[in-house]
Design a protein around this ligand. Structure first.
Ligand code: 4AD
Ligand code: MG
Length: 459
């Protein structure tokens, strides 16, 4: 609990040794001559118990305080004679800021995650979601700290773009054209649209990050990205946050080293700085969490090539829904087998066939594979996707031509290979998938404040 900054409560001055707290009532019960309240102000998991004596002038009103109400309490912090808490507040003054009616949906009982999704505006007031979103905030700070300590520069890449980074993902169109007029004309006249051409919400800040890596050396972008895939899974949302480091003078090995260091740093930070909130998850949400995270920070991540992975899958004699052969895009059942059953820890897969990867990945000397890398994690599947980038102008141009990509919209991207091109690498880490890994929460909708998924835009 935080002591509030305002040290005045309806004329009651809190002198030294006194406390003043403001928060929401989780429960209240009456005993002979007393009313006990559990108050939480959202700053941490633990409630503070308040004891209100029947000689308080507004005791009758205090007895009407309901779960969900907001109160301010001034009084003395004293050692608690009762069980379950070290300290309690002996109230000298209870101010009722607002009374919640009995319809307050978060009465004290266990609620399902599905139900809580329907009241996403209230769920951060529960223990589990309060903890999840404090950890989310802690991890954002840790990301910036990590990169600041390493001397990376933070780049904010644009949310509206005219280019399609992945060349594959479905995108959300951005337009200011009147839908009725478009319907009448039967097509969109992009020349008359706001930007004078097709534009979309970004699927990745990578291309911007590359330009800045080739100027500032080591950079990262971290912001919202959007995908209009109609995949209603527990691991996909339409709007998610992606962390994308991009490093000049860095090859694929350096890229993997960096990813491993980053993930370990962040997990260590959660275990060290979010201890109480993390304990909730290891005790009540996922009993294997502590063991999994300990393995993750203490063991070296495995690194195997795509070709080796295919051989492992073929030799496994496991029945997969999708057949395994060289050249396939791995399905999540394959990825999970590799991480969860085969190596039983995070594993980098690298050197994928070029046919299944985007144009910007660097062609390896074999001419067949590209220097791509994915990090697969037990329980999550793909956490990171990245590559070493093709820095050779001629190779990049011929790859784009083979893939039928026009040069014109990428003139600036190609310029970066014309002027001072250097080997460089980077990746994208899905921030929500990372939070699932850290908390043991199994549905991505439950680690994001207000999830956006097909058919759902409430809140
Ligand atoms: O593998 P992806 O598509 O990589 C890129 O977009 C690269 N341009 C990044 C780069 O190299 N700078 O996406 C990166 C990560 C995935 O590994 C996954 O963790 C997450 O983003 N991700 C999603 N998370 C939630 N919902 C979705 N629909 C996601 N799609 C990808
Ligand atoms: Mg990927």
């Amino acid at each position: 609990m935080k002591r509030t900054k305002i040290n005045r409560l309806n004329g009651y001055d809190t002198s030294p040794g006194k406390v003043l707290i403001k928060g929401w009532v989780r429960t209240r019960r009456d005993a002979k001559g007393f009313s006990f309240m559990e108050i939480n102000d959202g700053s941490c998991l633990t409630n503070i118990q308040v004891v209100a004596n029947s000689d308080l002038p507004n005791y009758t009103a205090i007895q009407g305080i309901t779960t969900g109400s907001a109160v301010a309490v001034a009084g003395d912090m004293v050692a608690s004679p009762g069980k379950g808490q070290k300290w309690e507040i002996q109230a000298a003054h209870v101010d009722i800021i607002s009374l919640a009616p009995e319809t307050y949906p978060l009465q004290k009982k266990r609620h399902s995650d599905e139900f809580l999704r329907t009241i996403a505006h209230l769920r951060p007031r529960t223990n589990k979601y309060g903890a999840a979103f404090r950890i989310r905030s802690g991890m954002v700070h840790a990301i910036h700290r990590f990169y600041r300590e390493k001397g990376f520069f933070y780049l904010t890449s644009p949310v509206i773009t005219g280019s399609d980074c992945e060349g594959a993902g479905e995108m959300f169109r951005v337009t200011s054209l009147d839908p009725d007029a478009v319907a009448k004309q039967g097509k969109m006249d992009f020349a008359r649209d706001f930007f004078g051409q097709e534009s979309n919400l970004t699927v990745s800040g990578q291309l911007s990050a590359e330009m800045f890596a080739l100027a500032l050396g080591d950079v990262y972008t971290f912001g919202p990205t959007f995908r209009a895939e109609n995949s209603n899974t527990s691991r996909h949302v339409a709007e998610f946050w992606m962390l994308e480091p991009e490093m000049a003078f860095c090859d694929l090995t350096g890229n993997m080293d960096h990813g491993e260091e980053l993930v370990k740093y962040l997990v260590n930070d959660a275990l060290t700085n979010c201890t109480d909130d993390m304990n909730l998850f290891s005790r009540f949400v996922d009993k294997t969490l502590s063991r999994r995270l300990d393995t993750l920070v203490s063991k070296t991540f495995e690194r195997i090539s795509y070709a080796e992975a295919i051989a492992i899958l073929e030799k496994s004699h496991k029945k997969f829904e999708y057949d395994v052969r060289y050249g396939i895009d791995l399905q999540s059942e394959h990825e999970r087998f590799l991480a969860e059953e085969h190596v039983q820890k995070p594993v980098f897969l690298f050197d994928y066939p070029k046919e299944i990867k985007p144009f910007y990945m660097r062609i390896n000397d074999d001419g067949e594979t590209v220097a791509a890398v994915d990090l697969l994690v037990p329980g999550i599947g793909e956490l990171i996707g990245g590559s070493q980038r093709e820095e050779r102008l001629d190779v990049l141009e011929s790859r784009m031509a083979q893939m039928g990509l026009p040069k014109e919209p990428y003139w600036w991207y190609l310029d970066s290979r014309r002027y001072g091109s250097v080997p460089h690498s980077g990746f994208g880490l899905g921030f929500e998938r990372f939070l699932m890994m850290v908390t043991g929460i199994t549905n991505i909708r439950d680690v994001i404040p207000f999830p956006r998924t097909p058919g759902s835009i409430d809140f």
